[in-house]
Design a protein around this ligand. Structure first.
Ligand code: SF4
Length: 370
């Protein structure tokens, strides 16, 4: 884990405060009653004994943790697994104003803002956006393909609450295949080196596809460790509707097989994923989807229900929270969710302590000091 102790303490305080005293407006929902004829509406027990029935533990406790802010969808690449350049083709030339971005962050109040896209380094007022979000006390994660870091580094200032998060799906050959262009890996690595040399915090983000060789990822993380990269995120690819290439995506069974033994094999690396989410990927933990914890805002508005599926765009954050029929999503409730184990749906559940065990406090402690 690469975040500072004070950042983690303020995140923990935010979570505790919202669990104890959730904002009532966000808890209005279409159907919060336990429905025994459809246990999956509010019961999400899908490993082991799937007949176990209990109300969803976070029902009437919804709040956002990470805002996925997409100032634009334009990108200099056409990566195989990217749905944005396909789903938002008709608005690809449009972008949010700086004011709209800041208004979205204020409206939602999530303590973490992941600036993504598209390629956010193509967004003109990006340095001002980063600075204004840090000024508002946000932890800012700038998700980038890394190609412009070296060139634009002087526009940013290092800060403990600001991370470049560079997408890397493997070593040079396979990463360049995934992003469909030669030379991307080299530029991304150059960008990471330049950012680290200038005192910036740098993380990486990896998507695991059906073809991903986990040994190659070990080699990649060893290389990044030598470069003193601050931490890594990992998530299985998921075949959501905006991406047609089903061949590269995994079923839930494929994911559990791919991640079997992950925590032992990758123990020497620092992951920003919570240890509970990584247990979930190994099949050792049952978690429900809490997509409301990771809302997405872009040129069309607040995207519901999640980063992956688009059933509606809402004008306000409150509308997203109150009009989305949350109980209709998740494993067993919507067939589109059946194979989803992505971090944007399940990390909030881990962070909110859903299905927690008494040992988790120690697990989290050792993760924080790693
Ligand atoms: S399980 Fe959750 S995050 Fe995954 S596709 Fe369904 S609603 Fe979205």
């Amino acid at each position: 884990m690469s975040f500072s102790v004070s950042t983690m303490a303020s995140l923990a305080t935010y979570i505790a405060r919202n669990k104890m005293n959730p904002k009532p407006e966000w808890q209005k929902t279409v159907n919060t009653e336990y429905d025994s004829s459809n246990p999956f509406r509010i019961v999400q027990s899908h490993f082991g004994n799937a007949t176990e029935k209990k109300p969803h533990p976070m029902i009437n406790r919804r709040f956002p943790l990470v805002l996925q802010l997409e100032p634009l969808h334009a990108c200099n690449l056409t990566c195989t697994g990217c749905g944005r350049i396909r789903e938002y083709e008709s608005t690809i030339t449009q972008q949010l104003s700086l004011e709209q971005c800041l208004k979205a962050s204020d409206e939602c109040g999530a303590p973490v803002v992941a600036i993504c896209g598209g390629e956010p380094m193509l967004y003109g007022p990006l340095p001002q956006l980063v600075e204004a979000l840090i000024g508002r006390g946000r932890l800012v994660i700038l998700c980038t393909n890394g190609m412009f870091i070296a060139k634009k580094l002087s526009q940013f200032k290092p800060n403990d609450n600001f991370f470049f998060n560079v997408h890397l799906d493997g070593m040079e050959k396979n990463h360049d295949i995934a992003v469909e262009r030669e030379g991307v890996f080299k530029l991304a690595i150059e960008g990471i080196r330049a950012a680290k040399a200038a005192g910036f915090k740098v993380c990486t983000n990896t998507t695991v596809y059906k073809e991903t060789d986990m040994d190659e990822l070990v080699e990649m993380f060893d290389m990044l460790k030598e470069m003193k990269v601050d931490g890594h995120s990992i998530s299985p690819a998921y075949g959501y509707s905006a991406v047609n290439d089903r061949e590269i995506f995994m079923t839930r069974e494929d994911i559990l097989e791919k991640f079997h033994g992950f925590n032992k094999k990758f123990a020497r690396f620092k992951f920003n994923n919570s240890p509970v989410y990584l247990e979930f990927l190994e099949g050792d933990r049952d978690l429900p989807c809490t997509a409301w914890g990771n809302p997405t805002y872009n040129i069309k508005g607040w995207k519901g229900p999640c980063y992956l599926i688009t059933d509606a765009h809402y004008n306000t954050f409150e509308e997203l929270m109150t009009k989305t029929p949350w109980e209709n999503y998740g494993h067993g409730a919507d067939p589109r969710c059946d194979h989803c184990m992505v971090h944007c749906g399940y990390e909030p559940s881990a962070a909110m302590g859903i299905n927690s065990k008494w040992q988790d406090a120690f697990t989290y402690l050792s993760w924080m000091i790693k």
